[in-house]
Design a protein around this ligand. Structure first.
Ligand code: PLP
Length: 399
């Protein structure tokens, strides 16, 4: 029975929560004292500059959230209504929604089974077998639509196989836009994620590696893409004095108050990522041989370990992911399954999908464990004991 935790009044262990022990108060106070609280101000500029420096890109454009960054990145990349964009089927729905906001159609690509990221082989097969070149453009043979871009997601903060996907994008003249919402602080072959493709988008939502409460950013090395993204996210204002707008733009700019929080968070990013990685390692060693298979880093990859996640093999573990989640909830330990893959989502079900069964299996078996950086080793041991208890009990009963 897991009622002991309730009786002892143990605290709730959350999946991922903001940690605000840095300069957040001081910087927000500076905004309030100066009166610069709205959508321009020194903190917005500083935050953009510091994130760009951290990742190693030339330009950064702050936005109100990660979803608006993805939408603006689609438009900046030249994705037009009726185009198609290859995207991971295993993702939070915002990625695929952004394609639809641009009037384009997603082609959903499954994950490779080892690291759970967009499978380069499926991308290759789709582009080579399902598409044809026609007057300098790539067209889907079935739909006849133009294929314009690839948008991989670094799922759970683990890097996608970018060299392989970049090679495909280059071979077919496609734009490459990374959904790096969960991967600020990750790297691949010593390069920070977000530094190498046409455009990359990050999120500063409350549960991400760093947060402003809500916020996002578009990263790019291209001056023209940066100018275009800034223009589209500030109402497409062509003349700030006469209020002349030559296009339909968006009010997607981040406010100075939120940038102040973000800057303070950025100062702590490396420590947060290090702690998330320690948490993942703790679970891996504490719960090995129990029927849980933990997500690990590919060679040359360093994940943010945004959410420590394991596959729960019901035969070996004696419980399903759902059963384990419900048991742990009683011990005040929050866990969560991965997202319903987009090819199963009622919102995007009608999209063409290139599948190999991996996302389906992950949806069924994956469970994410408490990963907030300020969890103590004592908290982690509580998770290990509670989880081990559930698994061992079931195994004994089955024997
Ligand atoms: C969080 C997240 C987003 C959306 O970011 P918001 O800031 O919440 O709008 C997009 N894609 C992925 C993969 C995410 O995890």
């Amino acid at each position: 029975m897991s009622t002991t935790s309730d009786q002892s009044g143990e605290r709730f262990l959350p999946l991922s929560e903001p940690c605000l022990q840095g300069n957040e108060w001081q910087y927000v106070k500076e905004c309030l004292d100066s009166g610069w609280i709205s959508s321009v101000g020194a903190f917005v500029n500083r935050f953009e500059q510091r994130v760009a420096e951290y990742v190693g890109v030339k330009h950064a454009v702050a936005t109100v959230n990660g979803t608006s960054a993805l939408h603006a990145a689609m438009l900046t990349a030249g994705v037009e209504p009726g185009d198609e964009v290859l995207v991971s089927t295993l993702t939070f729905i915002a990625t695929v929604n952004a394609i639809r906001y641009a009037g384009a159609h997603p082609v959903l690509i499954d994950s490779e089974p080892r690291y759970w990221q967009m499978d380069p082989q499926l991308v290759r097969d789709f582009l080579r077998r399902e598409c044809r070149a026609e007057s300098g453009e790539l067209r889907n043979r079935v739909t006849g639509r133009r294929v314009r871009a690839i948008m991989p997601v670094h799922v759970l903060g683990h890097p996608v196989d970018l060299p392989a996907i970049t090679a495909e994008a280059e071979a077919f003249g496609l734009r490459l836009i990374e959904d790096a919402a969960e991967s600020l602080g990750a790297s691949l072959h010593w390069k920070k994620i977000g530094a190498t493709s046409d455009l990359a988008c990050v999120s500063f939502n409350g549960n991400k590696t760093i947060t402003c409460g809500g916020g996002g950013m578009i990263l790019t090395n291209s001056q023209s893409d940066a100018d275009r993204a800034r223009y589209l996210t500030t109402q497409a204002k062509d003349d700030a004095i006469e209020y002349i707008h030559n296009e339909v733009g968006y009010n997607y700019r981040m406010t100075n108050v939120l940038a102040a929080i973000g800057l303070a968070q950025l100062e702590q990013l490396d420590g947060f990522v290090q702690r998330r990685r320690e948490i993942a390692a703790y679970y891996r060693s504490g719960l090995c041989g129990t029927g849980l298979m933990w997500h690990t880093d590919a060679p040359g990859a360093s994940s943010t370990s945004w959410l420590s996640t394991a596959l729960v093999d019901p035969v070996q573990a004696g419980v399903t992911a759902c059963e384990l989640r419900d048991q742990l909830q009683r011990s005040k330990i929050q866990t969560r399954r991965l997202w319903q893959p987009m090819h199963l989502s009622p919102a995007h079900q009608s999209a063409q999908a290139v599948l190999n069964g991996t996302a389906d299996r992950l949806f069924e078996q994956a469970l994410s464990f408490p990963s907030t950086p300020n969890l103590t080793d004592g908290d982690l041991e509580r998770v290990v004991q509670a989880t081990g208890g559930v698994l061992r009990t079931r195994v004994r009963r089955a024997a």
